[in-house]
Design a protein around this ligand. Structure first.
Ligand SMILES: [Zn+2]
Ligand SMILES: [Zn+2]
Length: 369
């Protein structure tokens, strides 16, 4: 049993409570990781606020990295002392996983959002009551995380874990949407709606694909400036009285070929879809929280457009994350420019800074233990 102070989401719409909880010892196929760094992602905030339904109390956090502390008897690929990056879990055995589409794992209801093992157990407890500690198979807003061999990948001895952890969810969602799904060609016009971490990494990846025109759309001027630094050729500052579709049509008169949304805001998504040109494709990575789109399908039919939901950047398990680490090391995905670190105990301050836009990518770091 590991006794530790974790950030627990106990009630929807509140802050995290720093609570002492007991984490179980690793089972035969599990790995106990001492967390050194973990990114905060909007999915964590959506879960905390209740927009994403999770069963509380739960330890959130799904962009962890650290050092292997102990391993179960059947674990063969890592040893105590190894540095690892933790990626979202998947079952490895369902139809989707067997076809390499692990981010669509049919067990993700349990392993990812459910925060429990496949047998339904919660991994942790507080005062004898279960606390879910398997969010995305990791629950990394805690000093220790219980994972499996499936959802860890090795990190070099000297690799900066406070940057590598931020390559897992948000970066894979944005970069993967461009590299694996939308795949813009050099002659394409790309528009990225919302340039937080996910959108900025989509911009950097569209640049890697050689897209001629990459337009970033956001309400924050500072984020648009960052988008220009990461490869955007043009920006549109959205806001009251701004007709985004008209502004995009001025920049790309034949319409947008590949539009990507990371906002989950209904009107933004509609603008993205209506900005598409002939055979344009729209990809999105977050829902609207139940708000329906009143989509005029007639406007889309004759353009032959495609609307694609994209989970986890359409990557395969840890393989795609290794590619992302490689791209980062070659300077093609400069996530380090977006990261702002906070001590773990300041998690609620980091969340507030993320919500207000002060921090694009907050990463919590843990002191020596
Ligand atoms: Zn699966
Ligand atoms: Zn995430």
């Amino acid at each position: 049993m590991v006794t530790m102070t974790a950030a627990v989401a106990a009630r929807p719409g509140t802050e995290f409570d720093l609570l002492e909880i007991e984490l179980e010892e690793p089972r035969d196929d599990e790995v106990l990781v001492r967390v050194l760094a973990t990114g905060i992602c909007h999915t964590d905030l959506n879960a905390l606020s209740g927009r994403l339904p999770v069963t509380m109390p739960i330890v959130l956090g799904h962009e962890g990295a650290g050092v292997v502390e102990r391993v179960g008897e059947r674990v063969t690929t890592v040893r105590p002392g190894d540095r690892v990056v933790i990626v979202p879990d998947f079952c490895g055995a369902c139809d989707e996983c067997r076809q390499g589409r692990t981010s669509y794992c049919l067990k993700s209801g349990q392993l990812v959002f459910g925060g429990v093992r496949l047998d339904g157990s919660a991994k942790a407890a507080h005062d004898g009551d279960p606390v879910r500690a398997g969010f995305f198979g990791q629950s990394s807003f805690a000093p220790y995380s219980l994972v499996t061999e499936r959802n860890i990948i090795p990190a070099a001895e000297d690799a900066p874990l406070e940057h590598l952890c931020a390559l897992t969810c948000g970066t894979s969602a944005g970069a993967g949407a461009m590299l694996n799904t939308l795949k813009p060609e050099p002659h394409h016009a790309v528009a990225v709606f919302g340039v937080g971490t996910v959108g900025l990494m989509a911009v950097a990846a569209a640049r890697l694909r050689g897209a001629r025109r990459i337009i970033a759309v956001d309400v924050h001027r500072s984020r648009l400036d960052m988008a220009l630094e990461l490869g955007a050729t043009d920006v549109v500052q959205a806001g009251p009285g701004v007709d985004t579709v008209a502004a995009l049509s001025e920049l790309a008169p034949r319409g947008i070929d590949r539009a990507f949304d990371s906002t989950g805001v209904k009107d933004v998504m509609l603008a993205a879809i209506y900005s598409l040109g002939m055979h344009g494709e729209f990809g999105y990575v977050t829902g609207t929280g139940g708000v329906p789109l009143d989509l005029e399908l007639d406007r889309l039919l004759t353009r032959g457009v495609t609307i694609r939901g994209i989970m986890g950047g359409d990557g395969t398990g840890g393989l795609f994350h290794r590619e992302l680490i490689d791209l980062y090391q070659r300077g093609a995905l400069p996530i380090d420019r977006l990261v702002r670190t906070y001590p773990f105990e300041s998690i609620n301050e980091a969340v507030a800074d993320m919500r207000s836009g002060v921090a694009i990518k907050p990463v919590l770091v843990f002191g020596e233990r």
